[in-house]
Design a protein around this ligand. Structure first.
Ligand code: BES
Ligand code: ZN
Ligand code: MN
Length: 454
């Protein structure tokens, strides 16, 4: 954790400069024989919070590589240009790059001590405390996503989320198989009963806003493992399947940070938690199933399971939680990875106001998103000859049609759908503040989005 510096002796001092190319590094020994690492933020006229975050992360990783045990950031030049909030960017860069995933090795990594000198900045304590809550939430989400699926079953994910939520003063409710059946959640159950480990619908209510204000619903895909079901994935595609609950982890992390920072807004998270496996009586291609909304669905591919559980979760959020607007987030399609790679998530929305708020939110968080079209011609690719809708497209456009499938269950509410299949985890880091594996994608942006509605 990064701490305010109180004259502790450190091995290395990190300075920011504006010389040369962004992220270029120089090392030197000063007149007092102190080790200095100087990292460039690029031109001062082009300085952004994101650049501060990335440069900080690079400095930490570089010094970690040298086996350094303690270091100190001189934040003064950055605070002077960007204000006290830049302390949050430094904290994020330092701590997110220093994240170590929970592991089952017997030897644990040693802790790096990171300090920050904020000169005379009076707001530093408050900014740092808020930043830490958000960073903890990102790391909590990363831990969930990195956790192997034999350990993180729907039940265990429920236990971890409800425990942390209750500690943060968030109201929790867990809907089990029997209750889901009573609610008519046939699409959720079609996937959820494909495994011995039973499904759970996790509902978390953070009420920091006015009691009469209808909540924003954050709906996150919680597939704790995705084999593809009877449309079994190939061995190579099966390696990342434990991370298919990254959307659920993102909405959970968002709620945790909002609650810890007492943001005055009402947000309800709905996380359908299931395994997508093969059981003797699992659903198979060709089946027609019902849903909580009443719509019937022709299942043409059991590997398109995320949209099925999300459809019922969205209906639940609107009808039972009375959500005023709905944001869903999911590792939904391989197609978004082909389109945007690992740097950018795709999104769809039916509402211009929500779109503007979302654009503002990701410009603050520094995450990258790109909007996809929702033309009616795409919706007709989901037409079925025997049911109200089909769960796969008859003509490609996989990311758009997957989103529009969920959109068919939004009952006219302002809605925004995010596909993080490419950004939820990285084989090798794309941005400096990432580490191998889960990225915690979505948490910082959804936090900014909800905060903007407070
Ligand atoms: N969870 C996967 C999507 C995915 C793919 C996430 C690669 C991360 C990396 C999802 O459930 C899935 O299998 N989608 C299918 C949909 C298809 C059958 C219509 C896909 O994208 O191939
Ligand atoms: Zn999936
Ligand atoms: Mn799948």
């Amino acid at each position: 954790m990064i701490k305010l510096w109180e004259n502790e002796t450190v091995e290395w001092n990190v300075k920011f400069d504006f010389d040369g190319e962004f992220l270029s590094i120089k090392t030197l020994v000063d007149e007092n024989f102190r080790h200095i690492l100087s990292i460039s933020l690029g031109k001062s006229s082009e300085l952004t919070m994101d650049r501060v975050k990335r440069a900080t992360a690079k400095a930490v990783k570089t010094l970690q590589g040298l086996g350094v045990a303690s270091l100190l950031f001189d934040a003064a030049p950055v605070i002077e240009l960007l204000g006290a909030e830049s302390i949050a960017a430094i904290a994020q860069g330092a701590e997110l790059s220093d994240y170590r995933q929970e592991n089952w090795k017997q030897q644990k990594a040693s802790g790096l001590k990171i300090f920050i000198d904020v000169a005379q900045c009076v707001d530093a304590d408050a900014v740092l405390a808020h930043a830490h809550a958000l960073i903890r939430a990102v790391c909590f989400a990363r831990n969930l996503v990195n956790c192997p699926a034999n350990i993180l079953t729907p039940k265990e994910m429920t236990r971890r989320m409800t425990e942390a939520a209750e500690n943060a003063g968030i109201e929790t409710q867990v809907i089990d198989e029997t209750e889901a059946k009573a609610l008519g959640m046939e699409a959720f159950l079609a996937v959820g009963t494909s495994a011995k480990h039973p499904p759970r619908l996790i509902v978390l209510r953070y009420r920091g806003g006015k009691p009469e204000q209808a909540p924003i619903a954050l709906v996150g895909k919680g597939v704790t493992l995705d084999t593809g079901g009877y449309c079994l994935k190939a061995a190579d595609s099966m390696r990342g399947i434990k991370g298919d609950m990254a959307g659920g982890a993102a909405v959970f992390g968002t709620l945790l940070a909002l609650a810890e920072n007492h943001i005055p807004v009402n947000v309800t998270a709905v996380i359908p938690a299931v395994e997508n496996r093969i059981a003797p009586d699992s659903y198979i291609p060709g089946d027609v199933i019902g849903s909580m909304s009443g719509k019937t669905i022709e299942v043409l591919n059991t590997d398109a399971e995320g949209r099925l559980i999300l459809a019922d979760a969205v209906t639940y959020a609107i009808r039972c939680e009375k959500a005023a607007q709905v944001v869903d987030i999911a590792t939904l399609t391989g197609a978004v990875v082909s389109m945007f790679g690992f740097t950018t998530a795709g999104y769809i929305t039916n509402d211009e106001r929500l779109n503007r708020a979302f654009m503002e939110a990701y410009s603050r968080s520094g995450e990258q998103y790109w909007r996809l079209p929702d033309f009616p011609e795409y919706r007709s690719l989901l037409d079925s000859s025997i049911a109200d809708i089909s769960n796969v497209s008859s003509g490609g456009c996989g990311t758009i049609t997957a989103g529009l499938f969920i959109g068919a269950f939004t009952e006219g509410k302002p809605w925004l759908h995010i596909d993080i299949a490419g950004t939820a985890w990285v084989g090798s880091p794309v941005f400096e503040y990432q580490t191998i594996g889960a990225t915690g994608a979505g948490v910082t942006t959804l936090y900014e989005l909800c905060k903007s509605f407070s």
